[in-house]
Design a protein around this ligand. Structure first.
Ligand SMILES: [Ca+2]
Ligand SMILES: [Ca+2]
Ligand SMILES: [Ca+2]
Ligand SMILES: [Ca+2]
Length: 296
């Protein structure tokens, strides 16, 4: 203080002091002190780690979350601008509000979570910044229909196979999560139809079994319309088909049209002349052969 006061002024004050006139100098004054802010505080995230989830069918532009930061300085030194790092272009951030939004279509089956970094930077010179981690989990939506491994299943079965015989196992894949991807199987239609149904399908394993005996001479081929449905709400379904070919087994004897044939033949009949046509039927798909076992 002394250094700032001139020698002349100091001498005057001394003299005044001596002359007891210093009171004239003591004038009340208001001193305004302006403290200029220094950017000595970095933005602070609270909390600095956030986990949130967003449905995979969220529209582009829809809000995800805001990860706010504060800054104890004033003016530019506390004015925050937000930036986003990571996210493969799927997310955007509003630089002023810090609102994170969806920037491109999401698909949980392709990528189920994104690790993002939110950066808050004040506008001081030099600027100070802070980062927060943001984990965005993409939640499942039932957006996949179960798909059969083949469009049409084919199987051959001997007509003599008994009920309970496993014929084949259907398999449909649904990449959704939990109930949305849990597939169950059913037979919608059997052609030709029968009551009771000839086939049984295990709804959870997809195993197709024979439920009734077969008969090639009755039905040579069955065609089934099957369905795979997931347990989502609403459920998504896919139809498929199964062709079951019944294979003939020679399990029926040929049957003559008569038990006994009486025929009168002239004694002078030329050898090789035909005397009788035997009518034989066979329920199997084999041609009958004839043997003369004995002649009387
Ligand atoms: Ca600051
Ligand atoms: Ca999807
Ligand atoms: Ca599904
Ligand atoms: Ca899905």
């Amino acid at each position: 203080m002394t250094q700032c006061v001139s020698k002349e002024l100091a001498a005057t004050v001394k003299q005044c002091w001596r002359r007891e006139c210093l009171a004239d100098w003591l004038v009340p004054a208001v001193v305004e002190v302006q403290v200029t802010d220094v950017n000595d505080n970095s933005p602070v995230f609270a909390p600095s780690s956030v986990t949130t989830s967003v449905p995979e069918d969220s529209e582009v532009g829809s809000n995800v979350t805001v990860v706010p930061a504060t800054d104890k300085d004033s003016s530019f030194n506390k004015e925050i601008r937000y930036l986003l790092r990571g996210g493969e272009g799927r997310f955007d951030i509003d630089p002023v509000s810090g609102m994170v939004s969806v920037a491109a279509a999401l698909d949980r089956e392709t990528k189920a979570e994104y690790n993002l970094l939110v950066v808050a930077e004040d506008q001081g010179r030099p600027a100070r910044s802070a980062t927060a981690s943001l984990l965005v989990q993409v939640s499942d939506v039932n957006d996949n229909v179960p798909e059969f491994s083949v469009a049409e299943y084919q199987v051959e079965v001997l007509e003599t196979e008994s009920a309970g015989k496993s014929l084949l196992t259907l398999s449909a894949v649904d990449p959704d999560e939990g109930a949305n991807g849990r597939v169950s199987y059913s037979i919608l239609q059997q052609n030709p139809s029968s009551d009771p149904a000839v086939f049984e399908l295990d709804s959870s394993s997809g195993t197709l079994q024979l439920a009734q005996p077969l008969d090639y001479s009755e039905v040579k081929m069955y065609s089934l319309m099957v369905q795979a449905s997931d347990a989502g709400t609403p459920s998504l379904v896919r139809n498929g088909s199964v062709v079951v070919k019944v294979k003939d087994v020679n399990n029926n004897p040929p049957v003559f049209s008569k038990e006994k044939y009486d025929v009168a033949v002239f004694e002078n009949l030329a050898s090789g002349a035909s005397i009788l046509t035997l009518e034989v039927t066979d329920r199997d798909e084999v041609s009958a052969k004839y043997l003369v076992l004995s002649s009387v």
